[in-house]
Design a protein around this ligand. Structure first.
Ligand code: GDP
Length: 394
């Protein structure tokens, strides 16, 4: 499906940059336009692929290009005040060719955390297409302020978008990795999953193989109904027909054509069925109780001859049982190569312990912050109090 991508803040911009790299690499064709919005000049300069004319600096009157310093209330105010500047950039996008908007942001900082929900609300007012969010949760060790920001932004963002796709940094970080190296790896994991999903919905209906191919309307229908979504992904490398041909040519045994075809088909079916299970039960972009999902979509990707329809069907039926949902869609995305993959999109998930904990820690952080501020104000007043012995200058 064709997307207008808008990255808000540093994380949002970097992930949009990675989406562009991915779209180019797989020849996905799902990025119709890419825009980055920020309050910090240096973050915009650090991007590699978003066209310079689509890098929008906002809030110059308030913060002069220096960022909002993890103050997401200020991030929201600045976005509200300068929304016209963002709109100018969107005016150059052929929006009639766009199936949906995707607003990407890290929820723990300031610009994206505050600005992304403001932008989502604005887009909802102007355009008829769905507006999705891709919200990145901070790791727990980033501390109280980031958790508090994320808790408040999450509440607001989920209310303003048609669906909030979530990625949890906490579930994906690795011990011993530098922050920057870690983000590079994590960002690739993000775009591999969400990019594959959106690229899958972009195979045109005119294509020869399009019979069981996922259509953008299936993605939109799975996401419609709102709430929070998560993605699972699993892959396996297979012997492609090219390498299979080589090995059969070099084989001294006679042809066992029919049997081989049957075996291959059965193997492809079993492979896909177990890939769907692995994707669902493995690490999700937002870990959750799978049975709480309201809707789902299974997409098989890889070389066309490996995309067993029976395998997708079985995976779909299994997911129906696992979630108790009748609304599980399925289809495939022929990509070539030698990797077969299964993407599982779970939408409208409600049992998410990570979000419960995030909100709880955010409430505690808010109370602690207020207590500390009151104590500090009282302390400062006591510090300068001379019992009337000294007068202030004015
Ligand atoms: P902003 O520029 O004020 O919106 O803030 P940032 O985007 O720099 O940071 C917000 C949050 O996003 C941080 O607390 C991190 O959890 C996360 N973050 C920052 N950079 C990246 C990145 O490159 N990738 C990922 N996955 N998360 C990031």
């Amino acid at each position: 499906m064709k997307l207008a991508l808008i990255g808000f803040g540093q994380a949002g911009g970097k992930v949009v940059d990675q989406f562009l790299a991915y779209d180019e690499r797989v020849d996905g064709g799902f990025v119709e336009a890419a825009i980055a919005v920020n309050t910090a000049t240096t973050d915009l300069q650090g991007l590699e692929r978003v066209p310079r004319s689509n890098r929008i600096l906002i809030g110059q009157a308030r913060v002069n290009g220096h960022g909002v310093g993890a103050d997401n209330e200020l991030g929201a105010e600045v976005a509200e005040a300068d929304i016209d500047e963002v709109q100018h950039a969107i005016d150059d996008v052929p929006t009639h060719e766009v199936d949906a908007f995707l607003v990407v942001a890290g929820m723990g900082g300031g610009s994206g955390s505050g600005g992304a929900p403001v932008l989502a609300r604005h887009l909802q007012r102007i355009y008829t297409q769905p507006v999705y969010g891709l919200g990145i949760l901070p790791a727990t060790d980033e501390g109280g302020l980031y958790t508090l920001n994320a808790g408040r932004s999450f509440r607001t963002f989920v209310r303003e978008v048609d669906n909030l796709l979530v990625f949890d940094n906490d579930a994906w970080r690795s011990a011993g990795e530098s922050v920057e190296g870690g983000y590079d790896r994590i960002n690739r994991e993000i775009v591999e999953r969400f990019g594959l999903l959106f690229a899958a919905g972009e195979v045109g209906s005119g294509d020869a193989v399009a019979e069981s191919v996922v259509d953008s309307s299936e993605i939109i229908n799975t996401l419609s109904g709102g709430g929070v979504s998560t993605i699972g992904y699993a892959t396996e490398t297979v012997e492609t027909s090219a390498s299979g041909l080589l090995s059969s040519l070099s084989s001294s045994k006679g042809s066992k054509h029919d049997g081989t075809d049957l075996d291959t088909d059965g193997a492809a079916t079993n492979r896909l069925t177990s890939l769907v299970r692995k994707a669902t039960l493995g690490r999700l972009t937002l870990p959750c109780d799978v049975s709480s999902a309201d809707r789902g979509l299974v997409v098989a990707s890889g070389p066309a001859e490996e995309l067993s329809r029976k395998g997708v069907e079985r995976g779909r039926t299994w997911l129906e049982e696992e979630t108790g949902s009748m609304e599980i869609r399925g289809g495939d995305y022929p990509t070539g190569g030698d990797e077969v993959g299964a993407i599982v999109l779970l939408s409208g998930v409600t049992d998410v312990p990570r979000i419960d904990r995030l909100q709880q820690v955010a409430v505690e952080a808010k109370e602690t912050t207020e207590d500390v501020r009151t104590r500090s104000q009282e302390g400062t007043a006591a510090l300068v109090d001379t019992s009337g012995e000294l007068d202030a200058l004015f």
